[in-house]
Design a protein. Structure first.
Length: 277
């Protein structure tokens, strides 16, 4: 029995050692001369995080393909392009604030009438890409539902869109407890991410599974306290700042996710861009 136990412990230790040789941080070297490169963190719990320069982080899982190779993959087909945070504040001023990143459109409906078909408005007009600030709109009904629609696949809104568009509808329940809602929008979540990391001698080769030029990079170790900081950094800095000030904040999950064939909206955009010529 002792022999079996010892062999089992050695087997687990060997597997752990195989995994540990990939755990660490890597530079994707995609930033060029004047832009910081993106960072890849491979964590010991078989998850990984990519911090894009100027973009919202992506999270996924990694699996061991062989002794010297792991595969990292994110399935973004049905993932939302936004995250919603509820913020406690003055209950007389109930609003939703949008913080977009990159040029992407979104359709929104705020209503409590569950019997009627929701009326969706485009969030921005066609020229909204010239704007780089937050947008805020008031909510008249405190018990309303917030419905957000995003296309399943990335769409170039500068072209003529062929409707209907296969889309996902995300429903969030608003409440009396929170008076403000902050929506962060990021198109990076639509980008597929499938790579392999191969260890050759003391170097690590990061290879896009679709081809492309391999990246040869070194690996830096990750301490436990660094892992905690990395995971905390997944929250937008604006929300972290509020929490440090003692403001009650809660990340909301959709109460319902549906697929729909979305038709061209007839309502005017919620925000109109005023671009300088």
């Amino acid at each position: 029995m002792k022999l079996f136990t010892s062999a089992f412990i050695l087997f687990i230790a060997a597997i752990t050692n195989i995994n540990a040789q990939f755990v660490g941080s890597y530079s994707l070297k995609d930033g060029g001369v004047d832009i910081q490169s993106s960072s890849l963190f491979v964590l010991p719990d078989h998850t990984f995080i990519v911090f894009y320069a100027g973009g919202t982080p992506l999270q996924g899982n990694w699996t061991e393909e062989s002794k010297d190779k792991i595969k990292l993959e994110i399935n973004t087909e049905n993932k939302s392009i936004f995250s919603v945070y509820a913020i406690k504040g003055n209950p007389t001023n109930k609003n939703v604030q949008f913080s977009p990143s990159g040029q992407i459109n979104l359709y929104v409906s705020v209503s409590k009438n569950k019997l009627k078909q929701p009326v969706y408005q485009p969030l921005f007009d066609e020229k909204w890409g010239c704007l780089d600030r937050d947008f805020e709109t008031n909510i008249a009904d405190k018990k309303a539902e917030l419905k957000l629609v995003s296309p399943e696949k990335a769409i170039d809104f500068s072209d003529n869109i062929k409707y209907p568009v296969a889309s996902n509808v995300y429903t969030f329940q608003l409440s009396d407890k929170f008076s403000n809602y902050r929506i962060f929008i990021d198109p990076n979540v639509k980008a597929p991410f499938k790579i392999e990391i191969i260890k050759q001698n003391e170097k690590y080769i990061i290879q896009d599974t679709k081809g492309g030029k391999p990246i040869v990079t070194d690996r830096d170790d990750i301490a436990e306290e660094m892992i905690t900081k990395i995971k905390a950094a997944l929250m937008p800095w604006q929300i972290n700042d509020l929490m440090r000030k003692g403001v009650e904040v809660e990340m909301l999950n959709p109460v319902k996710v549906e697929k729909t064939e979305f038709n061209k909206p007839t309502e005017k955009p919620l925000f109109i861009a005023k671009c300088e010529q």
